[in-house]
Design a protein around this ligand. Sequence first.
Ligand code: PLP
Length: 375
Amino acid sequence: MIPFNKPHITGKEFEYIQQAILSRNLSGDGVFTKKCHSFFENKYGFKKALLTTSCTDALEMVAILCNIKPGDEVIAPSYTFVSTVNAFVLRGATIKFIDSEQNTPNIDPSLIEQQITPNTKAIICVHYAGISCNMEALCEIAKKHNLILIEDVAQAIDGYYKEKPLGSFGTFSVFSFHETKNITCGEGGLLVINDEAYIKRAEIIRDKGTNRKSFINGEVDKYGWVDIGSSFLPSELNAAYLFAQLENLDNIQSKRKELWNYYYSKLKSLENNKFIHLPFVPNYSSNAAHSFYIVCNSLNERTQLISHLKTNGITAFFHHISLHNSMYYKEKHDGRNLPMSDYFTNNLVRLPLYFDLKLEEIDFICENIKAFYNK
Ligand SMILES: *Cc1c(COP(=O)(O)O)cnc(C)c1O
C-alpha cells in the first residue's frame, strides 16, 4: 500500500530531543524554541516569530489580538480547513465566505469588496497546497478598507509571492507543523507578527495572560494576570524536533518540488486530452509543493477514481468540504452560492506526496490513473 503521507525523519531529531531532555528545561521558550524563532526571523525577515502548540492555536491568538467580538465580520475563503475560521467564530464573529478563483482554490480577490461592511474587521487568506494567493490585490483591498490582513500559511511554508516570502504580507501569519505538513513536529504551529505594536500583548496571551516574559526580562519584579490568554507554548521537546526539520528545510522543499514536477510531467497528457485538470501555478507564485492534486470532471468520477486507486494499493484523499455548506455553518451562512468552492469540494483529489516517496511509486500511481481514464 502506498500511504497518503509518511512524516520524514531527517536524522537529527533524536539527538536534539536528547539534548532538550538533558538540558532539564522542557516546558518551552528554551534553547530550541529560540533557535526556531531566529530561524524564521532571519530567513524570511518576519518581525516576530512565536512557536505555538498548533496552527489552530496560533489563529486563536490572532483572534484575541484582533479584539474580535460578537457582531464583527471576518472575510475568509470557504474552501479551506475549519481551523482557518473557527478561532474567529469562537470569539463571536460572523464569517463572510468568499468563493475560490476559477483556476486555483485560493480566495478570489475580485469578490471581496462587495462583502465588506462597517463591521468587517479582517481578511484571512489561505495559500492552498503551497500556491500563493494574489497578494498585491489582497494587500490593496485590506489597505483601502483599513482591515487587518491575516495569512494562513499552514500549507505554504517557504512559498513566495514574486520574490517576497509568504507570511510577510499579513499583519499576522500562521503556520502548521502538523504531521501532514511539509515540516513537522507532530503537532505544532507558529504565529508571525509583522507589526511591532502587537508583539508585547502576543507574548502575554501566549503565556496564560500573564506578564511572565517581562518578569524574565527583568522589566517587572513580579508577574501576574494582566490579560486574557491561554497555554499556547509548545514544549522544548517539540521545538527540538522542529529545529532538526528546519535545518533541512531547503533539502525537503527541493525534494518535494522534484516529486511534484515529476507527477505534473507524467499526468500532462491526461490534461491535454481533457480527462483531468492539473494544478495551476500563477506566474506570481512559487510552488511550495505541499500537495499534488488533480481535478476530476464530476463527483461520481472522483469517487470511482479514489476507489480504483485504493483497489490498486494507492491511498488518495479528497478534502476541504466548503465551509459555507458545512453542517455547523450552513444555517449561519448568508445563502450566497459559491460555485468554485463547491467545484473543488466535489472534484479535487490529492495524491500521495512525501519526502520518501519514490519516482517509481509515482510512475505506478500515474499508470493507474491513466488506466482508469483509458478503460
Ligand atoms: C493544517 C491546517 C490548519 C491547522 O493546522 P494545525 O497545526 O493542525 O492546527 C489550518 N489551516 C490550514 C489551511 C491547514 O491546512
